[in-house]
Design a protein around this ligand. Structure first.
Ligand code: SF4
Ligand code: SF4
Length: 182
């Protein structure tokens, strides 16, 4: 096997003092002291969250207050770490949303398992689950970090409905408006 001999030339006088390295290091320190600060005094100071930020997954309601989730369980199926657990529930007769058939009885997301991949949001046919701007998740026990339905709706809030798929009033209005043009 060929042996490669590495040439190690002896240090000169300046190199022996280590001063060039020490001064080089100090120059980097001084350069950084003069740059604008990028760190924040968290938690008093909070970062600006961009619109497309993917924080904690949340459930949302439509502008009429209806739960958009129809409990189809696609997100539960697709979630890579199996962080979602849904208990489907039927909507009772007489409820103003009985025509929607199902909504979740309970909806759990284990935030200790969630990897914030956004696949639940991608797959949801109802645009009911969104990764929004909540990024600070903490608790004293594992159980506290399994978020149930109420907490998920509290974090999600209301988002505009693009399709009015389940909105009978809007549907009737649109049909009447379309009829008016004939
Ligand atoms: S963001 Fe990904 S890991 Fe988290 S609940 Fe949705 S699908 Fe599961
Ligand atoms: S959040 Fe969307 S994908 Fe998940 S069960 Fe509800 S409707 Fe289905």
């Amino acid at each position: 096997m060929a042996v490669k001999v590495v040439d190690r030339s002896p240090l000169n006088f300046w190199e022996k003092t280590y001063m060039p390295q020490v001064l080089g290091g100090l120059k980097i320190t001084l350069d950084n002291m003069l740059r604008p600060k990028v760190t924040l005094q968290y938690p008093e100071e909070r970062p600006t969250i961009p619109d497309n930020y993917r924080g904690v997954p949340t459930l949302v309601r439509d502008p009429n207050g209806r739960e958009k989730c129809v409990s189809c369980q696609l997100c539960e199926f697709v979630c890579p770490p199996k962080a979602i657990r849904i208990t489907p529930g039927e909507i009772e007769d007489g409820d103003e949303h009985e025509h929607v058939e199902k909504r979740p009885k309970d909806f759990e997301i284990n935030m200790l398992r969630c990897i914030y991949c956004g696949m639940c949001q991608e797959v949801c046919p109802e645009e009911a689950i969104f990764l929004q701007d909540t990024y600070s998740v903490s608790g004293y026990s594992r159980e506290e970090l399994v978020y149930h339905k109420a907490k998920l709706y509290e974090l999600g809030g209301t988002l505009p409905d693009q399709h009015y798929k389940w909105d009978r009033k809007k549907d009737a209005e649109e049909k009447a408006a379309a009829g008016g043009h004939h």
